[in-house]
Design a protein. Sequence first.
Length: 283
Amino acid sequence: MNFGVAATSLGQLDRSIVSPTDRGITQRTFDAWNRKQGKPKRPVRGISKHVAEKIIEFQYLDAVRAADLPAGLDYAMADYAVNSGPGRATKDLQRTLGVPVDGVIGVQTLAAVAKADTVVVIQRLCQRRMRFLRGLKHWTTFKGGWTRRVVGDQPGVQIRDIGVIDRAVRLARDAGTIPAPVAVTPGKALEPLPSNSQPTDPEPTVQISAKGKPMNDVKSFLASKTIWGAVIAVAPTVLGMLGLNVTGADAAEAAQHVNAIITAAGGLLVVYGRVKATKAIGK
């Protein structure tokens, strides 16, 4: 699995408020990495993707043993570790599994992971993560971005949602790769799942719009003023070829009559549709 997403699409967290961050690496983490490599301190701004991924792998993924976790749970743990630290992520995983909480993923924790339902573990882990985030002092300021990152646009699990919980469950079920998440669009996030709620998995809702449909699937060509205007515009030429003399004034008058007819017909169709309708719009 490619964990580059965790390094390049991080939300703002409490750590980054006091420490500059680039590609998900804080200045403090970068300083520690440089010391370990025997290199001088330098700004984290402008860090290369290659170096960031090396740090992510060493500092976070290895710490939560992502390579030993099942698909989906590895992604959820990687994202949690990068954003809030591997110790916090590991302890919440152990609390979720009901094993001793020591902050180290060892034989006992991995054995519990192997016996558990991965999808359920992912959902409960993400709920614990949300409870942790709601307890942070900066929650009021960053709750929108934090909620959208973990939960997505809607509570629960949806195929097309963007939250960690959604993507992790998809990975667990598909046991394969899924596309990188799209950029999160601005907007107010939904409230997070209540702490006592049960994981849900509703069927995805597909919104169908008129965009991309053939024109006559949206509006009849008989009601199109554009089409009728074109017909009237070429009418004098066509009729002239047939030996009939039609002036521009005649065409203009015809256009006015056709426009009035179309407008009246449209109004009648609206009334007819309202009378015949049996369901509210959107049902």
